[in-house]
Design a protein around this ligand. Structure first.
Ligand code: IMP
Ligand code: MG
Length: 300
């Protein structure tokens, strides 16, 4: 009988704390750097799980790409085509049957594209800029919805003064339009978060708040909330400055991908898990100036 210990090296060949592993694929290296950016510990291929043996001989094993010790979660990335994904799915099924207590998640090509595209990385490595696929919200639809939000905010805060805190750079169009539909005295300030750099580093504030928000009613204005990880950090930052109240207003909400729970009071549009550009939102710093919100074409 072959036991898993036989295949488990004493220490992971590479981890966020240790030496840089030899990644089998560039998208794995990129994924590791993204985890590091968000301060999530990871190990690369720390363990192999025997799946099938005959006469004491190992016939099949499975080595998930990553292990996240803080979440007790194994991750298998696959950028493969559908036929090979089916093969991996089978391994995953065997894995779950045999090791029901081990948490393994498969991130397929589509999930990975969405994650990498968000950071301006083209996982296909082609360097080509993907093309606009279809318009989700045109100029008029956006203008109407933004006006509705402005009216609601003006009613909810009637008789008060508010501070709008926008998150650069995606929020520029939304902030400019939203503030002009609010009929209260407002102060406007901006924060900027470091964006993910392939060279490494962790999330930090590259532009702090300049207004004193202690005792003020603050509305955080975002272009889009996706996993919610940035908003989570941002709200911690705001609350440390003792505002009287904090609410969140976002143009777009990609609820399906939420990891860190985020309370959102004002939402322009809820959207599916698709990568979008325009009206301030970018892909590799392009498309921000489109007056509408559109999805990008992607290869599958
Ligand atoms: P979160 O921390 O995952 O919620 O990411 C939020 C940030 O990721 C947003 O403020 C955007 O800058 C960026 N982002 C997420 N999804 C998209 C998208 O579909 N298009 C463009 N940028 C996006
Ligand atoms: Mg942003």
């Amino acid at each position: 009988m072959v036991r898993s210990a036989v295949l488990s090296p004493p220490a992971p060949p590479g981890s966020s704390a240790g030496p840089r592993p030899r990644f089998a694929h560039e998208s794995e290296a990129e994924f590791a750097r993204i985890l590091t950016f968000y301060g999530i510990d990871w190990q690369y291929e720390p363990r192999s799980f025997p799946l099938r043996e005959a006469n004491g001989q190992l016939l099949e094993a499975f080595t998930p790409d990553f292990y996240l010790p803080g979440y007790d979660q194994y991750l298998e990335l696959t950028t493969l085509r559908q036929s090979l994904a089916t093969y991996k799915n089978r391994k995953l099924r065997l894995m779950r049957e045999r090791y029901p207590d081990i948490n393994v998640k498969l991130l397929n090509r589509r999930d990975l594209f969405a994650l990498l595209a968000k950071f301006g990385i083209d996982p296909r490595g082609s360097g080509d800029v993907p093309q606009i696929d279809r318009v989700l919200f045109d100029e008029e639809t956006i203008a109407e919805r933004v006006a509705e939000l402005g009216i609601r905010i003006s009613e909810d805060y009637a008789g008060r003064e508010i501070v709008l805190v926008g998150v650069l750079r995606g929020v520029t169009c939304f902030m400019a339009d939203l503030m002009r539909t609010i009929t209260l005295p407002v102060r406007v300030d901006f924060l900027a978060l470091s964006s993910y750099q392939p060279e490494g580093g962790t999330l930090r504030f590259t532009k702090p708040l300049e207004e004193d928000i202690a005792g003020q009613d603050v509305i955080v204005v975002e272009d889009i909330v996706d996993t919610g990880m940035s908003l989570h950090r941002l709200l911690q930052y705001i609350r440390r400055r003792d505002p009287a109240s904090v609410r969140v207003c976002t143009l777009l909400d990609k609820r399906a991908r939420r990891v860190a729970d985020a309370p959102i009071e004002y939402t322009g549009f809820a959207i599916d898990d698709e990568f979008v550009v325009g009206y301030g939102l970018d892909y590799q710093q392009q498309y921000r100036n489109l007056p509408f919100v559109a999805t990008l074409k992607r290869q599958s």
